[in-house]
Design a protein around this ligand. Sequence first.
Ligand code: ADP
Length: 184
Amino acid sequence: MNLNTPIRKAIGHRAIELVLGDITQQHVDAIINAANCRLAGGGGVDGAIHRAGGPSIMAETRRLYPDGCPTGSAVITSAGNLAAMYIVHAVGPVWNGGQRGEETLLASAYESSLRLADEHDCQSVAMPALSTGAYRYPLEDAARVAIATSAAFLSQLDASRPLVLVRFVLFSPDALAAFQQALA
Ligand code: ADP
C-alpha cells in the first residue's frame, strides 16, 4: 500500500478521505482540533495546532469560551496562521473502559464538529482521530465511530450544502490502517 495516496470513499457527490500526515499542514476550510473541556491547551494535536497557528487562536478561544466546552461538543474559532479559515475545537471523551458513554460522546464530538463546519459554510474539513492519544480510546473502536458518524452526517446533508470533503488526517500507519478497515 502506498501510504501517500489518499484513500477515498464517495458518499453521493461528497467524500471521506484518509491520509497519513500532519493536520496543521492541511489546506481545508476547517481543521478539527482534539481539545480538552477547559480549552486550556495541551500536547498532541492541540499543541501542534496552537504552535503552528500562533497565539491568536488561544486568545480568541479564551475570549469567546471562558467556560470551556463540555465533553461531546465543539466550539469554533478562526485559524491564526494556518491555511484554514476555522479551527473547530472538539472535546472527545477520556476512555474509561467503554461503560461510561464514551461511544456516544465520541460520536457527538464528531457530529458537533461537522455541524459547526456546515453552519459556517465549509466545503472541506480535516479531522484527527479524536480521543485516541492522551485520552486512550482504542484505535479500532474510535475509527469505527469516526467513520460511521461522518458517513451518516454526509448522507443526511441537504444536497444544497457546500460540504463535500471530510478528510481524516492520521498520524501513524496504525491509525491509518484502523481507519481504512473502518471505511471498508
Ligand atoms: P486526545 O487527548 O483527544 O486523545 P491527542 O492529541 O493526544 O488527543 O491525540 C489524538 C490523535 O491525534 C492521536 O491519534 C495522535 O497520534 C494524533 N496526532 C497528534 N499530533 C497530530 C498531528 N500533528 N496531526 C494529526 N494527528 C495528530
